[in-house]
Each structure stands twice: as C-alpha cells, then as structure tokens.
Design a protein around this ligand. Structure first.
Ligand code: GLP
Length: 241
C-alpha cells in the first residue's frame, strides 16, 4: 500500500482529485467507484471545480457507488442517492444513465444485489475505487466479521456505525438498521483503490490498519492484499502510526 501524507484535509482532497483526474485522462471510458461519508466531499468539490474550469468532462464516465441505506428513497436527504446528487452528480456533465447506486427501496433486495453485481460485471471493471473508512475499519458498509469473499449484499449495521452516522439524521432512531453494500470481493476487483483517511478521530483506525494483521475482524485490512492501493492520510489521521 502506497501512503501519501498530507498536511490537512484540504491538501488530502486536492491530492485525491489529482489522482482521480489522472485516471480519467488516461482511461478511454473510465469507470469510477464512489463513496459517501464526509471524507470524500472535498474531493468532489475539487472535481466539480476541474469540470467547471474545463479541465475535465464526465460525459464518458460511469460511476458505481459503494452502498445505500435500506428503506430510504432517492429524495430522502439522508439517502446516499441524495448525497451523491447534491454533492457531485448534479454539478457535472455525467449522463444520469451512467450513474449507478444500489436501490435501497427495491422490493426484493437480494435480486437488487445480484442485478448490481451484474451491472458491475458488464460495465466494469472499476478502474478506480474511492474509499473512506469507518471507525471500526468498515469499508462500504462491510462491517467487521464480513467475509472477504462477499459480493454485493444486505447488511445489518452495527450500533456503533449507526451512532457514528447519526450526526446526519435528526435522531438515532431515524438511522436505518440495514444497508446494501458492494461486497469486499467486489471492491477488491477494482483495478486501483484510493483510500482516504482524515482527522485525529480516525488515528486509532489508521494505526490498526497499518500495524495490524489482515483479518476479517477489521475489513479494511484486506486492502493490504490488493496490488494497487494508494492511501492518502492527513497529519491528524497519522498521529498514532
Ligand atoms: C459510512 C459509509 C462509508 C464511509 C464511512 C465513513 O459508513 N458507508 O463508505 O467510509 O461512513 O464516513 P466518514 O467519511 O464520514 O467518516
């Protein structure tokens, strides 16, 4: 895993943007894997700026998001559909039909998961997957204990994850109990992975990733088995490494 250190969150976001832009320029029909959470927001802002300044177009880009809450529709401000549209998709020239996010409102969730896998198989592989990390090492919504061979599936969220994400909701009761997420094996099939970790509240998580073993008890550790991962971390996140 290649580690890039940055001074702060802004520098992390700028560096991440540089790497994404490089992939977009080098690839004919790029397929990006995208993440939600607060960490990639700065990256999306820089990408929007790059689009507005004419440096890049997203007309030939396809995107696959990692995950979505079960039971929230696209108009719900807390859904990841809404987040992506609000923070990124609505501000660039990507074609809506090339934007894929799991449908947490599907009547048959298992069918939805299989269809999502099929879409990635048909339109992929993902050239560059952007990832954040949960405090307990989750990637996407793959919680500790998830099999490394998992594919897109429905998960029951850990209470700690619901608590951590409650800041976006009016109350903890409103945080969904389940989500659909790309599996760990699905993520690992991306050609390249860009992992972003920011802030001293993630320092223990990053120390565990760097110093700990590869184990299903800490999902992000699987990334050590991937041949092409770049981790960008800022000084706060690196405090305990
Ligand atoms: C959620 C998302 C993850 C994200 C994590 C961390 O659980 N499903 O994809 O990495 O939050 O979010 P943040 O970047 O806000 O710390």
């Amino acid at each position: 895993m290649k580690i890039i250190e940055t001074k702060d969150y802004d520098a992390l976001s700028r560096k991440a943007c540089e790497i994404v832009l490089q992939t977009l320029k080098e690839t004919e029909k790029p397929v990006l894997g995208l993440a939600t959470g607060s960490t990639p927001e700065g990256l999306y802002q820089y990408l929007i700026q790059a689009y507005q300044s004419g440096e890049v177009s997203f007309k030939d880009v396809t995107t696959f998001n990692l995950d979505e809450y079960v039971g929230l529709d696209a108009d719900d401000p807390n859904s990841y559909h809404y987040f992506m549209n609000d923070k990124f998709i609505d501000h660039i020239d990507i074609l809506k039909e090339n934007v894929f996010i799991p449908n947490g409102m599907a009547e048959d969730i298992e069918k939805e998961c299989n269809a999502y896998e099929e879409k990635i198989r048909t339109l992929g592989p993902i050239d560059l997957q952007v990832l954040g990390i949960g405090l307990n090492g989750h990637i996407g919504f793959n919680e500790p204990g998830t099999s490394f061979s998992s594919r897109t599936h429905m998960v029951k969220l850990k209470e700690s994850t619901r608590q951590a994400n409650a800041r976006f909701f009016a109350s903890i009761e409103e945080v969904p109990t389940h989500a659909v997420t790309m599996g760990i094996d699905t993520i690992m099939e991306s050609k390249e992975i860009l992992l972003l970790i920011s802030g001293s509240h993630k320092a223990d998580t990053l120390a565990q990733l760097v110093n700990g073993e590869v184990s299903e008890t800490f999902p992000a550790s699987v990334l050590k088995n991937h041949p092409n991962v770049t981790l960008i971390a800022d000084e706060g996140a690196l405090e305990k490494v």
